[in-house]
Design a binder for this molecule. Sequence first.
Ligand code: 2RA
Length: 331
Amino acid sequence: KSYNVAVVGATGMVGQKMLEVLAELKFPIANLYPMASKRSAGKEILFNKKSYVVQELCDDAFDQDIDIALFSAGGDTSERFSPIAAAKGVIVIDNSSAFRMDPTVPLVVPEVNPEDLDWHKNIIANPNCSTIQAVVALKPLYDAFGIKRIVYSTYQAVSGSGVKGYADLERGIKGEENTFYPHPIAYNCLPHIDSFMDNGYTKEEIKMVNETQKILHDNSLRITATTVRVPVYYAHSESINVELKNEFNVDDVKTLYRKAPGIVLEDDPQNNIYPMAINAENKDEVFVGRIRRDFSLDNGVNLWVVADNIRKGAASNAVQIAFALIERKLI
Ligand code: 2RA
């Protein structure tokens, strides 16, 4: 069976990657409906060597016979158009943060909680990129040893901010002024992703806390996060400190990672082998290394986790959700 698929935000950084991944993973597409705002509508895009004209997103855009709509066009657009599409029987996979914490919307990483797809009500939320790679790495530990507490420290690529963040790094390297970030990002680190809340945390940090608890279905998880923008174009790197509930040994953890879905173990420090952004770029796996005991805790372990934030962190996870819908006979 083939499906009619819309990509909303088809000309943006993630939207373009969604099209690339749909073709690369050979998602069974009967008809493609690339959509974008008025500003980008009319552009021509190539998909599977065929040319398509980008349609303008409007209220009756989903009156066409569409089965699945992948959204990556910002929260406002999702808030307005996802319910319209869903009401017409379209299954929406939304990359924005608009519906992630809505209790009627499953927040899904296929390697972690595919069973949550079974209760979708036509809107499915793609988690934040920094959360996706984290929960893929945490799931094997959660199932084997239980988790009490998580400390996230992230080193996030500028592509997470889309073309504007990417351009600020290019400009900074050439000695030109930053026009997007509040300070220069070249040769610098900014402990400021998304906006600050009254409690001193940024929305990005709160997202990691709330989304991890929702995906693992465990509000007893004690989590804190510091999310930092670094001068890297693609792939987020994360230091993750985990307090487990039960005893473990490092070799058992490495054995778990060798067979865990979606994970590549890169952990041989004596030979300078550990995950790096330059090696994760344009791949769909989550790379895990620097696994070592945290001797300051009874059952503590430290991880270093790297993944491409535009692929596994957004586009590929969304397409993998679409494949999971087929596998689970939900479409
Ligand atoms: C960022 N995770 O990196 C956020 C949104 N993509 O900016």
